[in-house]
Unconditional design. Structure first.
Length: 332
């Protein structure tokens, strides 16, 4: 439910249009900070709840509602990241960020025009390098403060003075946090943007998977490739990464043998060519890929159904999705 739809709010309030207009940018921030659409929406909803908990006089005293909402949402995300680290330590198997569909995967009967507050959060996520799966996975290695400082400054171009207000540290300390985050990214090898030929390589992988051609699969994978699956303990999935081209090829063929009637579709996953596996019309796996030297070096296979609601035709989010993505907005 959008802020404009919440009961008890006077839609004639002069700042209402400005406040509602911030929602798109806040969802963009939240998804990058948390790696989860559902959690990003929760964080933004909490920021709006706190805004409307202010008295009219308090709201009138706020010089910039957008800056106020960003500060609150950022602090909420920081708190959520701290608790999320503890939850993910108890998570069954590997935790992978929630995969994001392309806008065309969200549009359907009943989709709105993207202008109303009822549009779904994923429709507001701009697809760029900062949401590709490889990048989000690196962000998961950061401390909460590093991640928030880095995203606010390096991705959304907020000055460190403003980052400091959100993180609750000095501008100099925030500068150090962002610098530490950059070192982590360099140590992991900065995730590349879309590589030429990725769509063709993913298509070849799909065809070899459908044919259960282990030799062809091995040829498409880097010798030291890694496949990580996320089932969350709710569905079957390898609890540890599968390493090596031969083992990955055998694993995916084993999956095909265990799930007859599986349909593989080429889809955009977090702005990059990926694959979606459906069974009886329900999405059961979303796979994101990373390339190195013309071969597939990493596969992230999300199977946790709680992370796939946006990809299932019957999902309520899909039914209400809007038709267009907005460009990512940073600091005004």
């Amino acid at each position: 439910m959008s802020a404009s739809d919440e009961p008890g709010h006077d839609r004639t309030e002069p700042e209402l249009g400005v406040v509602v207009g911030e929602r798109r940018r806040l969802i963009n921030l939240g998804y990058r900070m948390l790696g989860s659409l559902a959690e990003a929406e929760d964080a933004v909803q909490e920021a709006y709840a706190r805004w409307y908990a202010l008295t009219p006089r308090q709201r009138e005293a706020v010089e910039s509602p957008g800056a106020w909402l960003t500060t609150v949402a950022g602090r909420v995300c920081l708190d959520m990241l701290g608790s999320a680290r503890a939850r993910r330590e108890r998570y069954v198997g590997a935790w992978i960020p929630e995969p994001l569909p392309d806008r065309t995967e969200w549009a359907g009967p009943g989709a709105d025009d993207g202008l109303s507050g009822a549009a779904d959060p994923a429709d507001r996520i701009a697809l760029d390098e900062s949401v590709n799966m490889a990048f989000l996975v690196v962000l998961e290695s950061m401390t909460p403060a590093e991640r928030v400082a880095f995203i606010l400054h390096d991705v959304f171009k907020y000055p460190f003075a403003e980052v400091a207000e959100i993180v609750g540290r000095s501008p100099a300390a925030c500068r150090q946090l962002a610098s530490s985050a950059r070192r982590r990214i360099r140590a992991e090898g900065r995730p590349a943007a879309r590589q030429s030929g990725q769509a063709a390589l993913v298509r070849d992988f799909k065809e070899a998977w459908e044919a259960k051609d282990i030799k062809a699969l091995v040829g498409l994978l880097a010798p030291d490739a890694t496949m990580t699956a996320d089932g969350g303990g709710l569905v079957g999935a390898a609890l540890r990464p599968v390493e090596g081209s031969a083992l990955i090829a055998q694993y995916v063929v084993h999956i095909a043998d265990k799930a007859p009637g599986l349909t593989l579709l080429e889809r955009t996953v977090n702005g990059m060519p990926g694959l979606v596996a459906r069974k009886d019309g329900v999405t059961v796996t979303v796979a994101a890929f990373e390339l190195a030297d013309g071969r597939i070096s990493r596969i992230w296979a999300v199977r946790n159904p709680e992370k796939l609601r946006a990809w299932t035709d019957a999902g309520p989010l899909t039914q209400r999705a809007a038709a267009v993505h907005a460009p990512m907005q940073g600091r005004d």
